[in-house]
Design a protein around this ligand. Structure first.
Ligand SMILES: [Fe+2]
Length: 283
């Protein structure tokens, strides 16, 4: 099994190659079809070589070119939890006057039940299943492969988990973490490596886990999170580069980037103001 990260829009989308076929996880905004085709061309894989398309949820930045791709042959998989949301983003594109947008044609799609997802994926030699993971939206699904690879779309990143205690986001993550994932691919956040591969490689993580901040897989108390954001803000004030802040705090680079962006774009914001914004961003 092989995963290709396709970079052609503001959404991270993924092409998963199984033993007998390929699945595309998510697509970009309407209008990005030519860039998508170029991306596939660079990989040397024809669009027709994709068997299935799975959309994490029907927000416009994840399903904008799904039908255009499907018109070339790939079939959109529609788990039952998404049936009533398939056209949720259509008004967004209509309002935008986006003429490139094509509504999803359920007649061409394959309506499935989540419990049969394993056998559907097996058809193309992908071992895993599609799981219902609401929280970011009521139609959110994740793709969980047996080798520990996880694709979660816009489910709030693990480093924000502390902010979602007691919510549906936490319940979805609990279910996903019970499957012991190794790597998490997000719709927008940086990929998180949660544990070593069987051959001992560690991926992008480094350092002692006990020294690190809000990171993949590790939880952090609200008080610690407050202190961490406060320290990051002080280092930003000193003009310290991100890499040094990362070394000093042990926090994930993507988290530091989030804090930096919010701090610099909201002059005078308090630590709590940043924590609130991180929380709202995730909703
Ligand atoms: Fe979304």
């Amino acid at each position: 099994m092989r995963v290709y990260e396709l970079k052609y829009s503001n959404t991270n989308t993924y092409l998963i190659e199984g033993n007998r076929g390929r699945l595309l996880f998510d697509t970009g905004w309407a209008g990005t079809f030519p860039s998508f085709c170029k991306c596939m061309g660079d990989l040397g894989i024809p669009v027709q070589g994709i068997n299935y398309i799975l959309i994490s949820h029907f927000h416009p930045d994840h399903m904008g070119i799904a039908q255009e791709i499907a018109d070339q042959g790939p079939v959109i998989l529609l788990p039952e939890v998404q049936w009533e949301y398939v056209h949720a983003a259509d008004p967004v594109f209509a309002k935008e006057g986006n003429t490139a947008f094509r509504q999803v044609d359920e007649g061409q799609a394959r309506m499935i039940r989540l419990e049969e997802s394993r056998s559907v994926l097996e058809e193309i030699g992908i071992s895993g299943e599609i799981l219902y993971t609401p929280g970011h939206s009521d139609d959110s699904v994740s793709l969980c492969l047996d080798d520990g690879t996880l694709f979660v779309g816009d489910l709030n990143p693990l480093y924000e988990l502390e902010l979602f205690r007691g919510t549906q986001v936490e319940r979805s993550w609990e279910m996903l973490l019970s499957r012991d994932p190794r790597v998490v691919y997000y719709g927008h956040a940086k990929t998180a490596i949660l544990r070593e591969e069987e051959d001992g490689r560690t991926g992008e993580s480094s350092g002692d886990a006990s020294e690190r901040g809000p990171l993949a897989g590790a939880s952090i108390s609200s008080g610690d999170l407050y202190d961490l954001v406060s320290r990051i803000m002080k280092y930003i004030d000193k003009g310290m580069p991100l890499e040094r802040i990362r070394k000093k705090t042990g926090a994930e680079a993507s988290f530091i980037e989030d804090v930096t962006r919010m701090y610099l774009t909201h002059p005078g914001v308090s630590v709590q103001g940043i924590l609130d914004r991180i929380e709202r961003k995730g909703k």
